[in-house]
Design a protein around this ligand. Structure first.
Ligand code: CDP
Length: 218
């Protein structure tokens, strides 16, 4: 079984995808982490982010894999654990630019499809229902109000020890959502078969229960 979860930043995708995968005994694949990993390497190797061909060459040479245990999930780039580094505000600011390059998306999508072939998966991102898993059994589109999404992201950054203001987060999320929704390839959109869940006023457990009700047909 394949479950696709798409939606804007801070809508609750990764928390819910993780919880859903655990509940169902499926593998969780965080595709955003893969775009973040390429971004992390672009920064590390000092590649010109404006040059699609250079970024694409780098993405081709980059090995990304997940290490999944029952409780934790780590992401490795060329065998280096970069799980926390990719969550920095700097990577968050740059990632959408790299994710807009069609040549980079092509490489990522192929890898994601190969990962999904081997097992039952819950996969989250922006283009999962449309491009990566068009035949997914369920396609969720998670959303939440802008205020709530900003509140959640500010909280996450604070917990991770970053000094951020709600204003800087607002700018960053809005700019990223605009770029993610307007790019020509792999744009975030609501599909004909999307199941829309607004998580603004829902706890994780409540949102999870809604998703399970849809999946289990109760
Ligand atoms: O957690 P958050 O929603 O902030 O972002 P993420 O899922 O880690 O994704 C980071 C960025 O990667 C997004 O803003 C997109 O630009 C890009 N992305 C994408 O283009 N396609 C995907 N399938 C997943 C992420």
């Amino acid at each position: 079984m394949k479950i696709a979860i798409d939606g804007p930043a801070g809508a609750g995708k990764s928390t819910l995808a993780k919880a859903l995968a655990q509940k169902l005994g499926f593998i969780y694949i965080d595709t955003g982490a893969m775009y973040r990993a390429v971004t992390w390497k672009v920064v590390k190797e000092n590649i010109d982010i404006d040059l699609e061909s250079a970024v694409c060459e780098l993405a081709k040479k980059t090995e990304i894999h997940f290490q999944i245990n029952s409780q934790t999930q780590k992401i490795f780039c060329d065998n280096q654990d970069i799980t926390s580094e990719i969550r920095s505000p700097q990577i968050g600011t740059l990632v959408s630019k790299i994710a807009a390059y069609p040549s980079v998306r092509e490489i990522m999508v192929k890898q994601q499809q190969a990962m999904a072939e081997a097992s039952n998966v819950v996969m989250d991102g922006r283009d999962i229902g449309e491009i990566v898993l068009p035949d997914a059994d369920f396609k969720f589109f998670l959303t939440a109000s802008e205020e709530e999404r900003i509140r959640r992201r500010t909280e996450e950054y604070k917990q991770a020890g970053y000094a951020v203001t709600a204003e800087s987060i607002r700018d960053d999320l809005n700019r990223r959502d605009r770029s993610d929704s307007q790019r020509p390839v792999g744009a975030l959109k609501i599909l004909r078969d999307s199941i829309i869940i607004d998580t603004t006023n829902l706890t994780t457990d409540e949102a999870l229960a809604k998703m399970l009700t849809v999946i289990q047909g109760e």
